[in-house]
Design a protein around this ligand. Sequence first.
Ligand code: IPE
Ligand code: IPE
Ligand code: MG
Length: 263
Amino acid sequence: MEHTLTRIKDHADLTVAELRTLVDPLRLPRHMAIIMDGNGRWAAKKGLPRIAGHKRGMEVVHEVVTACAKLGVPALTLYAFSTENWKRPAPEVSFLMSLLTLYLRQELSLMKRENIRFSTIGLVEDLPSEARAWIDKAKAETASNAGMVLDLALSYGGRREIIEAAKKIAADMKSGKIEPSALDERTFSGYLDTREMPELDLVIRTSGEQRVSNFLLWQMAYAELYFTEALWPDFTERDLLIAILDYQGRQRRFGKTSEQLGS
Ligand code: IPE
Ligand code: IPE
Ligand code: MG
């Protein structure tokens, strides 16, 4: 802990350009995911309505997506709307849905410019038709891009994803497509929404909350977790680089001892 704090303190004196040069391009997280939390509290602190926080949050998404694509992060999943978020007041939910459409309208050109391939996880069929139409358009128009995969988690819940996978597996077993004895972690992963994504290496959560809120439960098994006090609308490229540097400074043991890992 003290070590981490010292490292972050050192970074405080560096410029963003200097921080960028410290990132090891060969050890970037293969798949990074962000729980973008704190929009409402950011707005409340400023005496603004919650939606003002979501609006500012969308600008931060632009900044972070651009930075990740330029760094060469292979895959980025952003938790934009959870299955539980449907329980929020209807006006906030509909604002978030219209913001999603606005985001896709505005950002499709960035995705094309940065060679980003757009994808989603979660139940897109739950979303309003206008948002769905833009999702389909963004997917179709970026399908052949070979750069970063930008994956939005929309109406996403980890438990539901696992249950849906279990149902499909049960159906495939019933029809004889797979044998119960053949079911292993790899096969199971192939039934999840993230089946085409690389292994999840780093999860960042903003706003000081230290919980996973039903995000990527299966995929998180051996991911590194990074929590920051910054509210999402205040999160910057600097914060992103510091999180990645923190990740690169960790020893991932996957159950082994440090000695076994050697040098
Ligand atoms: C995250 O910010 C955005 C979504 C969940 C859609 P919040 O809206 O949860 O903001 P807080 O946590 O209430 O501050
Ligand atoms: C998690 O944030 C979901 C998203 C960021 C989309 P929440 O604000 O919904 O999570 P809780 O309610 O604090 O667990
Ligand atoms: Mg929240």
